[in-house]
Design a protein around this ligand. Structure first.
Ligand SMILES: Nc1ncnc2c1ncn2[C@@H]1O[C@H](COP(=O)(O)OP(=O)(O)OP(=O)(O)O)[C@@H](O)[C@H]1O
Ligand SMILES: [Mg+2]
Length: 358
């Protein structure tokens, strides 16, 4: 994936950004200010993070960044967003503004339940699981939406094969709809055509917007695909959204399990119930003979769940078709409804749905 046309373009934009300098003469790339570059066709979205020391001429820098990005031949429009106050080294610090109590979650009109799909560690399959579980919940007759809370690495557009601009009516963002579920992701919004979406300058604001400024209702379940980790963004999300509960995705490797424990701890700290743990990539199904083997070990999530006193929701096998369909924007549960992964997603969705009616 590293040299797809999009990746090449992203690299070209990043290279062009080296030409923009901070007031103290460093390149903004070297200064660590460029926090994300997202390419969407001929448009580039750039997130700048000035941490605790935003310069006085921030706007000039922002414009300079947009100009540098559009100097790349294939890029016709660029939108730079400025954020501040994120210190990765202080990831465990409270997300609330200093001196204020954490935000109290406010109901989202017309949304009955919100479920966060989280993990302590990246790349364990949260996004893939979110999308397939959402479709499985829909198959149970529920009205379902998926919100991609990953501001820095949105994956919903790719996973659902959707690349459209949402409509904005009276400042309310209309979710996109695919396979009968409502979708929203920063990946749909980073765009110069509709800068109104980005009036809030901060990433936390962006997360808020995805929750509050989107016409989600009526929904039985909103599945929130969380960004990896247990830092500020996650904590704020957990504090801002009236979560019914959280599902923790993990892989069988020991390290991922340790991280899963961190994820659990974060939700428990704010009294969000854990609906259970899912072990993703739990067994490897050979694409040729269909035989199952435990290349990563197996059953660790079950043990962790036992130790931590929460439910084990089930395992999803590691199967090439899950990945291939994720890359192709055709969730495996739709594409191979009788396959083992689809069956596993349906079984897990059934358990989740049960805990929602309680
Ligand atoms: N059960 C599975 N079998 C095979 N491949 C899988 C499975 N689950 C996920 N994958 C693949 O693993 C990769 C990571 O998955 P995904 O993007 O869903 O993880 P994530 O936890 O959301 O990552 P991030 O932390 O970056 O948001 C993807 O390429 C996906 O297609
Ligand atoms: Mg993800």
């Amino acid at each position: 994936m590293s040299n797809s046309p999009k990746e090449i373009l992203k690299k070209a934009v990043e290279d062009a950004l080296h030409a923009v300098h901070t007031p103290d003469g460093r390149s903004i790339v070297a200064a660590g200010i460029v926090s994300a570059v997202v390419i969407d066709g001929d448009k580039a979205g750039i997130i700048l993070d000035f941490g605790d020391t935003p310069p006085a001429d921030m706007e000039a820098l922002r414009l300079g960044v947009e100009k540098a990005a559009t100097s790349v031949e294939e890029i016709n429009a660029a939108n730079a967003i400025v954020t501040a106050n994120r210190k990765p080294s202080q990831a465990a610090a409270p997300a609330a503004p200093r001196g204020k109590a954490p935000p109290t979650p406010v109901e989202i009109p017309g949304v009955k339940h919100i479920i966060a799909v989280a993990s302590g560690k990246g790349g364990v399959g949260k996004s893939t699981t979110s999308v397939n579980l959402a479709l499985a919940l829909k198959a149970l007759g529920l009205k379902v939406g998926v919100m991609d809370a990953d501001i820095f690495g949105p994956s919903l557009p790719m996973l659902m094969g959707v690349d459209e601009r949402p409509e904005i009516k009276n400042k309310v963002i209309q979710p996109l709809v695919a396979h009968g579920i409502k979708l929203m992701s920063i990946g749909f919004l980073i765009d110069v055509d509709q800068p109104v979406v980005w009036r809030g300058p901060r990433v936390m604001g962006a997360t808020q917007q995805l929750l509050r400024d989107v016409a989600w209702g009526p929904l039985d379940v909103l599945v929130v695909d969380m960004p990896p980790g247990t830092g500020d963004v996650q904590l704020t999300m957990v504090q801002q959204a009236p979560l019914t509960g959280a599902v923790i995705v993990t892989t069988p490797q020991d390290l991922a399990l340790i991280d899963a424990r961190k994820g659990l701890a974060m939700f428990r700290k704010v009294d969000v119930p854990i609906l259970g743990i899912i072990e993703n990539m739990s067994t490897f199904i050979c694409p040729h003979c269909g035989e199952a083997s435990d290349i990563f070990g197996h059953g660790g999530a079950q043990e962790t769940a036992n130790v931590l006193g929460c439910s084990f929701l089930g395992g999803i096998p590691l199967e090439m078709s899950v990945r291939q369909n994720a890359d192709a924007g055709t969730p495996v549960i739709m594409q191979e409804p009788d396959g083992q992964p689809a069956r596993a997603y349906h079984a897990i969705a059934g358990q989740i749905a049960k805990s929602l009616t309680r």
